[in-house]
Design a binder for this molecule. Structure first.
Ligand code: COA
Length: 151
């Protein structure tokens, strides 16, 4: 698997990005100021993540996705570790990621990759999305914030 930064004239893989975030409007918003990285296997894009600088010395993985047929083979962890390495090289001190209270396996994965829970943004998904989201039989209401110290 090769991971590379998408160049300006290339179209971001919207179908993959929508797997992680059901709002195309939100995705288009953070793509304006973020950097999009794609993972390729046999010249096919099978994964994506977006890094967005949010505060001084802090960058956030605002979207990460692996194509359904390629999930659970370790690509997701490799994308997260790639994001950590790039953030470190670019001189950031902290990398963050957020996920819904209902995203149980994502919460497990991020903690396995070394992220620690730092806070909860209550009702984030209720306030920012015009539709209800359910996963694992749980309504996705709150954003769980996680952070990784790069120093
Ligand atoms: N065989 C069996 N299981 C394996 C494996 C293998 N060879 N390699 C890894 N796994 C397991 C991991 O242990 C991990 O287990 P866990 O869910 O219990 O933590 C699980 O597979 C996923 O790890 P990995 O394969 O590295 O991630 P992935 O490629 O499946 O990608 C996501 C993870 C979240 C990016 C992917 O599921 C996805 O795109 N989901 C939809 C979009 C989304 O929810 N994005 C995040 C929004 S916050």
């Amino acid at each position: 698997m090769d991971i590379r930064k998408l160049i300006n004239e290339e179209k971001p893989p919207m179908k993959l990005l929508l797997l992680a975030d059901p709002s195309q409007k939100m995705i288009e918003g953070y793509l304006e100021n973020g950097s999009c990285f794609v993972a390729e296997v046999d010249n096919e894009i099978i994964g994506v993540y977006v890094l967005l600088p949010t505060r001084p010395e802090t960058v956030e993985i605002v979207n990460i996705a692996v194509a359904e047929e390629h999930q659970k083979r370790g690509y997701g962890s490799r994308l997260i570790n790639d994001a950590i390495q790039r953030a470190k090289q670019d001189g950031y001190k902290t990398i963050e990621i957020g996920t819904g209270n209902s995203s149980i396996s994502q919460l497990a994965l991020y903690q396995k990759c070394g992220f620690r829970i730092t806070g909860i943004d209550p009702d984030f998904f209720v306030k920012h999305y015009s539709f209800e989201i359910y996963e694992n039989g749980i309504q996705c209401r709150d954003m769980i914030r996680l952070s990784y110290d790069l120093l």
